[in-house]
Structures are given as structure tokens and as C-alpha cells.
Design a binder for this molecule. Structure first.
Ligand code: CP
Length: 336
């Protein structure tokens, strides 16, 4: 990565070298603050879906670099948005993304957008159709703050966390596990976590119950990324096999890919899945120092037992803090 960074959207476009370069810059900014690096710069943040960490970490990142930010979100009384520029707008929507996004982008020196998956149609969410409809009006510099199938800023922070923990990139055993939840969740974090670990060259295992396989295009892309970095990707529903010698367990829930959009059927599947709440006994065959990661927010007692979150394996708070340092590096590379 040599030229100025134009966008953070597809983590694989950064490549392992780009991720490493941003992690190195993040570490430098953590040790040697640059409180005037982005003086006079403004980051526009559009949240069409809720957030705690992403909003706070981006605003903190801009402030620590001497810049400013503003947040626009539907619950702050903006006009109802229409996402199809060709639609006759005689319904509830008063503003089209075709005007709203260029206006927001014009107020900022960079723009970040969050819009979660619709969770109704797998093909549409895999194609990130709604997000791409928005993105094309944003120009650059642009930051994906989580779309239907991507969460690159989470993965950049997680890359930094794995570096901080000195988890070996080559030969490190990384388990991405489905975990229990009360509702169907998007595939974005799971997909980018898999891409990120594969790009590091780790030995990645996707642990998931039947009917929660990650989509084949995501798996085959991850296998190719792993091959290019000297790593591997496999999947299993056998927990003991997956956890053997693991350095990291990264838990996340996602929607069933077999009955995607059928929320009653997915709920029925989940009800039958006992034992998918992460507990200390999951780590029996892992390395003694195996770490627990989760992007947060997390439901205690559903996704993971509180004892694991409160115990020495858990790095979830550091992981969330690292969002800020990693995003500072990205913003620095975009705007400084
Ligand atoms: N991990 C993450 O993106 O958190 P928020 O949804 O709170 O932003």
C-alpha cells in the first residue's frame, strides 16, 4: 500500500501487506500521539443501523487526530430516505440517497456509512445490493462501517488485537465459531473475520452446526486468501476437533444460510441447538492460553457464559478499544 488510501470497503483489497501497514501505523499512533494530524478535517458518519463502538470509536479517532466529525442517523429526525434513485417518490420517503449522500459527503472530507443486511434474501445480502446503491453516491474517501456482508473496520481492529496478543500468523490456530442467539444476525462479521484470519495465513476452522454453513462464495474466497498467505480454511461441526490446539476462539452468531429470511424456521433450528453457548469447557482441548474474542455487543448467558467474558481468556474490551487505533491509522492514511 503506497498511494493515499481512498476507501476501506473490501478488506481483501488491502491485502495482508495493507492490513499489516495499518496495524503498524495504529501501534505508532498509540505510542506517539499526533493530535494535529487531521486538524480542520471533518468525517461525516451516516448510521442507518445502530451502533455503540463504531460510532464512538470513529468520533474518538477523529478527535484524537485533531479533526472533527458529525453523525446522521434516522432516529435523529432526518427525512425518510429512499434507496432507489429511479422510484417515483410519492410515498413516505422525502429524500433520495442520490441527493442525500453527495450532500453529506460534501460536508465531510471523508464519509462512513453503516447499513446492516436486510436478512430476507441471501443473494441480495451477499451482493451487498442496498449498500452498493448507497456507496455509489458517496465518492471518496469512503469507509464501510458495516454492510450486509462486510465489516472491514472490525477486522482491522481484530488484526491489531491478534498482533498485540502475539498470536502467530503462520501456524496460529483460529476458530471462528457460530454461537447461540435470540435472533438471526447478519453474516458481515463472520465473513470478514474469516477473510482476515485467512489473509494472515492462519489455520482457520469454521465451527458451526448443520444449516449454519457460511455461503460457498465466502468459503471459497477465504480458501484462496489462505492459500496465498500459506494458511488453510476448513469447516466442521465437531467442537472437540475444531478446538484442538486452538490459539483463538472467535465467537459470533449468524443467520441460518439454509433458511435465510425464514425467521420462524431459523428460530426453530436455534431452539434445537443446545450446547452452543460458549463455556469454559469448550477450551478443554485448546492451548491453555487460548483467547476468547467477540466483536460485541454480546448477550451474556446466550452467546457466551459471563464467566468466560470475565475470565482471563477474554480480550473483548481490548478488541473494542483497538477499533479506535486501527481506524485512526486508516483515517491518517486517508486524510493526513
Ligand atoms: N462491533 C461493532 O461494530 O459494534 P457496534 O455495533 O456497537 O458498532
Amino acid at each position: 500500500m503506497s498511494a493515499r488510501l481512498r476507501q476501506i470497503h473490501r478488506i481483501e483489497d488491502l491485502g495482508p501487506e495493507g492490513c499489516l501497514e495499518l496495524a503498524t501505523l495504529a501501534t505508532r499512533l498509540r505510542r506517539h500521539p499526533e493530535p494535529r494530524a487531521l486538524e480542520g478535517k471533518v468525517l461525516a458518519l451516516l448510521f442507518l443501523s445502530p451502533s455503540l463502538r463504531t460510532q464512538a470509536s470513529f468520533q474518538a479517532a477523529m478527535t484524537r487526530l485533531g479533526g472533527g466529525s458529525f453523525v446522521i442517523a434516522p432516529d435523529r429526525f432526518i427525512h425518510k430516505l429512499e434507496f432507489d434513485p429511479d422510484r417515483v417518490m410519492d410515498g413516505a420517503a422525502a429524500e433520495n440517497v442520490a441527493e442525500a449522500l453527495p450532500v453529506l459527503a460534501a460536508y465531510g472530507d471523508a464519509i462512513g456509512v453503516r447499513a446492516f443486511a436486510g436478512l430476507e434474501n441471501l443473494a441480495e445480502d451477499l451482493a451487498d445490493r442496498r449498500f452498493e446503491a448507497i456507496r455509489r453516491f458517496c465518492g471518496a474517501p469512503f469507509l464501510n462501517m458495516e454492510s450486509a456482508i462486510r465489516h472491514p473496520c472490525q477486522s482491522l481492529g481484530d488484526w491489531l488485537t491478534l498482533d498485540d496478543l502475539e498470536i502467530p500468523a503462520r501456524g496460529g490456530r483460529f476458530v471462528l465459531s457460530w454461537a447461540q442467539h435470540t435472533k438471526a444476525l447478519p453474516l458481515a462479521v463472520a465473513s470478514d473475520t474469516l477473510r482476515m484470519a485467512a489473509m494472515r495465513g492462519m489455520e482457520v476452522t469454521v465451527l458451526r452446526p448443520e444449516a449454519f454453513e457460511l455461503p460457498e462464495p465466502i468459503m471459497s474466497q477465504a480458501r484462496a486468501l489462505a492459500r496465498a498467505s500459506g494458511g488453510s480454511v476448513r469447516e466442521t461441526s465437531d467442537r472437540a476437533e475444531a478446538m484442538k490446539g486452538a490459539h483463538v476462539l472467535y465467537a459470533k452468531s449468524w443467520a441460518s444460510t439454509r433458511c435465510y429470511g425464514d425467521h420462524a424456521a431459523t428460530a426453530e433450528l436455534r431452539r434445537g441447538l443446545t450446547g452452543w453457548t460458549v463455556a469454559e469447557d469448550w477450551f478443554a482441548g485448546a492451548r491453555p492460553d487460548c483467547r476468547f474474542l467477540h466483536c460485541l455487543p454480546v448477550r451474556r448467558g446466550v452467546v457466551v457464559e459471563g464467566a468466560v467474558l470475565d475470565g482471563p481468556r477474554s480480550e473483548v474490551v481490548q478488541q473494542a478499544e483497538n477499533r479506535m487505533w486501527a481506524q485512526m491509522a486508516a483515517l491518517h492514511r486517508m486524510l493526513a
